[in-house]
Write a protein that binds this ligand. Structure first.
Ligand code: SF4
Ligand code: SF4
Length: 479
């Protein structure tokens, strides 16, 4: 069971954080502040507001990503939304390309490319994905936390109110905050669902009674509640406990990966700003107060750090006020922080780059050289041939699949083969987008001339000239 509690006492309230000689009123401690107490109970983190260049950069990035995310189901490319994953009908429209269930094998190359690409990026730039582009970070920092700050105030006010008794002020603020959280979760979940049912269909469903679309309603409700629970309560625990990428950091990082770190040589020993013979860290704990996962970056690189750079901005602000150089907490590598020169290129980077590029290249080639239709010939069930008087008949079914986003005309032409004649039930067919059809083909040979299995082939031609040749064998008695 979780307990709602403020961070331990070493973390100062915002009002206490001033770069003056009174900074050290709170005793220094080596305790690692985290979102879990030593007995495993949850400590709710109350990150303080922060301003600075990285906070600004992140906000711009979040705005661009959210705009892009909203645009994806709205902007049409080749007549379909830029991203529409029609799982029910197994049709997938991705940036103008149309895929069906038979194209799932392509995902292997795409995921391989993305996986190694991410490994490359992490090895080079650390957890830049977590801090700047992960949906958990983007929605939490750009939507849910601003709502919380708007309704419940800054860190000090939130802590005070949560510790205090339930009065009218606390009650209405909690009610309004959670109502807004639910509304935000509702909006996010419905935009997410529009990727699967299309935006017009989703808007229609919202206007109609849930009884007309119970499955979609159940999905929308479940996703809304999950998002609400995640962003209202679970928050950083998703990064710390659930996210597998976060757990991989110790494998992907090396001493030259870009991390956010504290310059111990410069900062230690900590002391008051007025004290001589002390390092630059005035132990104001502002870097801890702004941390969304509640850690103290001065304890070194930790798995819980999501590289949001809030502590960099916070410490820079303190250094500016103290008229000391910025960068006591900064982006650097472990090697750089220990005073050595950072190596940008390492053997592991080459391996990740080659494997990532191989995956993406293979996926690109596979997508661009993908045929727009499929043709497969199957012998009909039952006896492989039928003898009727002086003729032998073989019956086949030609299965045709149109994999394009628009309907297509296909022409079916058997290639002449000595002694064989053909009956094609439909020499020309029109197939709707991502639909299929079956054409019956009967191959007839003279019994007296049959001298063993005979290969034959059928040519299928699309209106743009793309051809496919389907091969099979004519069989008969004895031979
Ligand atoms: S590292 Fe910077 S922000 Fe953190 S306690 Fe020291 S001076 Fe304050
Ligand atoms: S330690 Fe700094 S960069 Fe890491 S999560 Fe906390 S505030 Fe963000």
């Amino acid at each position: 069971m979780s307990t709602l509690s403020s961070p331990p006492s070493p973390v100062p309230a915002e009002a206490d954080v001033k770069p003056t000689r009174h900074l050290n009123v709170i005793p220094a401690t080596d305790e690692i502040v985290s979102s879990l107490s030593s007995d495993g109970h949850r400590r709710f983190v109350y990150p303080a507001d922060v301003k600075g260049r990285f906070t600004w950069l992140r906000r711009v990035g979040f705005a661009v990503l959210i705009a892009l995310w909203i645009a994806l189901p709205l902007i049409p490319i080749n007549g379909h939304p830029a991203l529409f994953l029609d799982v029910v009908h197994r049709r997938f429209y991705i940036f103008g390309q149309t895929f069906n269930a038979q194209d799932v094998w392509l995902m292997f190359f795409v995921l391989t490319g993305i996986g190694f690409g991410l490994a490359f990026l992490t090895s080079l730039l650390g957890r830049v994905w977590c801090g700047y582009a992960c949906p958990q970070t983007v929605f939490l920092e750009s939507l849910f936390r601003p709502i919380e700050r708007l309704v419940e105030g800054n860190r000090d006010q939130r802590i005070r109110r949560d510790k205090g008794p339930w009065n009218l002020d606390k009650t209405w603020r909690k009610l309004v905050k959670h109502a807004l959280f639910l509304a935000a979760a509702f909006a996010v979940s419905h935009i997410m669902l529009s990727f699967f049912v299309s935006m017009p269909a989703m808007l229609q469903m919202v206007r109609r009674s849930p009884s007309e679309h119970p499955e979609a309603f159940a999905w929308a409700t479940a996703v809304t509640l999950i998002l609400y629970g995640n962003f209202a309560w679970f928050r950083e625990q998703l990064c710390l406990i659930v996210c597998p990428y976060g757990r991989l950091q110790s494998v992907l990082f090396d001493e030259d990966s870009l991390i956010i770190g504290y310059d111990k040589k410069r900062g230690e020993p900590r002391g008051k700003a007025s004290e001589k013979d002390k390092g630059d860290c005035v132990d104001c704990k502002r870097c801890i107060a702004v941390c969304p996962t509640g850690i103290d970056i001065r304890n070194g690189l930790q798995l819980d750090c999501v590289a949001c750079a809030a502590c960099v901005d916070a410490c820079d602000e303190i250094m500016d006020k103290l008229k000391r150089p910025r960068g006591l907490v900064r982006y650097d590598s472990q090697r750089g922080l220990s005073g050595e020169t950072r190596r940008l290129w390492r053997p592991r980077m080459g391996i990740y780059a080659v494997l990532g590029a191989a995956g993406i290249t293979a996926a690109s080639i596979a997508v661009t050289s993908r045929s727009g239709f499929e043709a497969t010939m199957l012998r009909e069930k039952g006896a492989p041939y039928v003898v009727e008087g002086e003729t032998v008949r073989n019956s086949f079914t030609l299965h045709l699949v149109n994999k394009e986003g628009a309907s297509e005309n296909l022409r079916i032409e058997p290639e002449p083969s000595e002694g064989l004649s053909y009956v094609v039930s439909e020499p020309e067919v029109t197939i709707e987008s991502l639909a299929d059809t079956r054409v019956r083909i009967v191959v007839v040979g003279e019994k007296g001339k049959y001298g063993g299995d005979k290969p034959f082939q059928i040519q299928v031609t699309r209106s743009d000239g793309e051809k496919k040749t389907v091969k099979s064998r004519f069989v008969g008695p004895g031979g």
